[in-house]
Design a protein around this ligand. Structure first.
Ligand code: SF4
Length: 221
């Protein structure tokens, strides 16, 4: 594995060190509810609708499928070759973190406009954190012109909010978070107790597993 962290693992790590560790070392333990699966599907549909506004976009996932480590090299090839191009799921890697950007537009001057698509209808803190990691990684690979979060307009259509300056300010914090997460991944499973953090900002998919540990401790501890 050439990268240690992805965007989803980083977001998991912000919620709980144990969840991050499980995501890396024992992801088969994750259990998602039907409602969570439906939410993923709704998010995908919204993302497809936005991508359809870039009719010439090249979808790297159609070519590379789940071979995620191949995305950065293929992305670099396409960005180096073409003067102007739209890419979906463009891959960038820096500091052992791999991210895939929903939509990347390379401008004639070589700089990038990045669009991160979210299906909610407000710009939440979790969306900003997610985008901040993308911005951190991509800005160490290419020059970014704009970085926008795209979310749902309750009246229909899309709202685009350009956040480059605010995301840039997060870089130092992100660098420290990544270093701490790498340590967690390389160590043994944390014995983090369950609590409110298991439900916020996302319902953790390892709740059944951690609850088992609590039951065992109460029976034998
Ligand atoms: S259930 Fe709670 S303690 Fe267990 S991994 Fe998830 S967030 Fe962490």
């Amino acid at each position: 594995m050439s990268h240690l962290l992805s965007k989803s693992k980083y977001i998991r790590g912000l919620q709980c060190d144990r969840a991050l560790w499980l995501d890396v070392h024992n992801p088969r333990l994750a259990k998602y509810t039907r409602e969570q699966m439906r939410r993923f599907d709704r998010g995908r549909d919204f993302e497809y609708a936005f991508k359809a506004t870039f009719p010439d976009g090249i979808d790297l996932s159609a070519e590379l499928k789940r071979n995620v480590d191949a995305y950065p090299e293929r992305t670099a090839q396409l960005l180096d070759k073409e003067e102007e191009i739209d890419l979906f799921e463009a891959g960038f890697s820096y500091d052992d973190v791999l991210v895939l950007a929903d939509v990347v537009h390379k401008r004639p001057d070589g700089t990038l406009d990045i669009y991160e698509v979210k299906s909610g209808n407000t710009l939440s803190e979790t969306y900003r954190r997610d985008a901040a990691l993308q911005h951190y990684v991509i800005s160490h690979c290419r020059e970014i012109n704009t970085f926008s979060i795209v979310y749902a307009n309750p009246a229909g259509g899309f709202i685009k909010e350009e956040l480059s300056a605010a995301l840039q300010e997060q870089h130092e914090k992100i660098e420290k978070n990544i270093a701490a997460m790498k340590e967690i991944i390389r160590s043994g499973e944390p014995a983090t107790p369950t609590g409110q953090h298991c439900l916020e900002p996302y319902a953790c998919p390892y709740q059944h597993y951690c609850a088992q540990g609590v039951r065992q401790m109460s029976l034998f501890g």
